[in-house]
Design a protein around this ligand. Structure first.
Ligand SMILES: *Cc1c(COP(=O)(O)O)cnc(C)c1O
Length: 431
């Protein structure tokens, strides 16, 4: 399988080169040349398969030119050592809990897959790769954890000073080894700007092999399609139309879900739920794509004004607005609505959702007003404890701290404070 650039100017590359480069030389996102549907028998018998077998079948075509079967099996065994339960919250409404991994947000699976792939590729290459990544909170922890101790790979994480939660900061600053953290005097947009500038900086690119670890990278993005298959396996026996509501920021997760549909999984409809950063909901109303600067909300992992993966979604639906509209609905919700949903779920349904999951729940309920017989699944993308003070204040209850979080609470934070691009560049060149 080769990967082409959505800007159509760069040459096709292997999976390996797409992962190492991150983005094509023409600045386009890489996309698989083909998506071959899985045989009907796979879906007929999916409930008899383990998660690792499902993952092997689903990912094989995308990576098999560069990764042997034994290597793929080893990666999947390392990556999928926790559960992805579907928990029913009310009749025809269920939460797909993606927060049972080491950093308790759904990015763990993509980060572990990419770390394993890069580790493998740099072992056969002996060229060291530097992963440079900006985070608004969850990506940093998942990437730090996934890449810890991977030989031949160095990781540098940029995060905005004062804008990530204490738990999130601990997750990305306390590990050491091949992981470094730069605390930027600025916003998430400033961090992202520094990363983008680095990828255009000839002097840096000559000195090192730089790649990114956000969902632009195919190795971070594609494995997320597994969540939808794992959910399908659990709800198939309901024999209802299945719809997914995905709380969306950069739209990588929902885009991977649409790839699962292209693989042949029966899904009736997708809902992209956002906070007030409503670029895509507005596009679905007007047909005009008008990106905006991001604004801060209580679901901060979705504070994105120009979602990088939306172009992949449009491509999956032939860049045709009518086909897209038949398959995808998108709605935006305010922080007030989000908190009311969290309160309602806790008080009436005894379910504690985090702010991102609550946005997904709201999107689902809105769509189900006119499609009441469907079986709806919203993705619960982070453990409520990661947004401790908002959740505790909203539902007026105390949360227990899970072992994964307790582990980092007493470790010393280590970071370098920077405020300019040149300080970051000097760090990259001298470390
Ligand atoms: C990253 C993240 C999202 C958004 O996912 P995208 O793939 O960027 O749309 C939603 N919820 C949480 C908790 C996240 O960390």
């Amino acid at each position: 399988m080769k990967y082409y650039s959505l800007n159509k100017k760069a040459t096709k590359v292997s999976f390996k080169d797409a992962v190492i480069k991150g983005i094509a030389p023409d600045r386009g996102l890489y996309f698989p040349e083909r998506i071959d549907p899985l045989p009907a028998s796979f879906f007929d018998h999916i409930e008899e398969l383990s998660n690792q077998e499902i993952a092997f079948n689903a990912l094989y075509q995308f990576v098999s030119a560069d990764i042997s079967n034994a290597e793929l099996r080893a990666i999947l065994a390392d990556m999928l050592d926790f559960n992805f339960p579907v928990v029913e919250v009310e009749s025809n409404v269920a939460s797909l809990e993606l927060f049972h991994g080491p950093t308790m947000a759904f990015k763990d699976v993509g980060a572990r897959f990419m770390a394993n792939c890069l580790g493998l590729f740099s072992k056969n290459n002996d060229a060291e790769v530097t992963v440079l990544v900006a985070t608004s909170g969850d990506t940093g922890g998942a990437v730090a954890n996934g890449f810890l101790g991977v030989e031949g790979v160095k990781v540098v994480i940029l995060y905005p000073s004062g804008k990530v939660s204490d738990i999130q900061e601990r997750q990305l600053t306390t590990l050491g080894q091949n992981i470094s953290a730069l605390k930027v005097d600025g916003t998430f947009d400033d961090c992202q700007k520094m990363v983008k500038t680095a990828f255009l900086d000839k002097e840096l690119l000559n000195a090192m092999q730089l790649t990114s670890a956000n969902s632009i990278n195919v190795a971070r993005w594609l494995p997320q399609l597994l969540y939808f298959l794992f959910a399908y396996k659990q709800v198939k026996s309901k024999n209802k139309d299945i719809i997914f509501s995905v709380p969306s920021g950069n739209f990588g997760n929902i885009c991977a879900g649409i790839v699962a549909q292209k693989l042949g999984m029966p899904v009736k409809h997708f809902i992209a739920a956002t906070n007030k950063n409503n670029t895509v909901p507005e596009f679905m109303k007007t047909g005009v794509y008008n990106p905006k600067p991001s604004s801060a909300t209580i679901s901060n992992a979705m504070d994105v004004g120009d979602p990088s993966n939306f172009i992949r979604i449009r491509h999956l639906f032939q860049n045709d607005f009518d086909i897209l509209s038949k398959n995808l609905s998108s709605y935006a919700f305010s922080d007030e609505e989000t908190k009311l949903a969290m309160k309602y779920m806790f008080e009436e349904k005894h379910y504690i959702a985090d702010p991102h999951g609550a946005v997904g729940y709201l999107g689902l309920k809105k769509y189900q007003k006119n499609h009441s017989d469907s079986y709806g699944i919203f993705l619960e993308t982070a453990h409520p404890v990661k947004f401790l003070s908002i959740v505790e204040d909203t539902v007026s209850t105390k949360l227990a701290i899970p072992a994964q979080i307790e582990k980092v609470m007493h470790k010393k934070k280590r970071f370098l404070k920077i405020s300019t691009y040149n300080e970051m560049k000097a760090f990259l060149l001298n470390n």
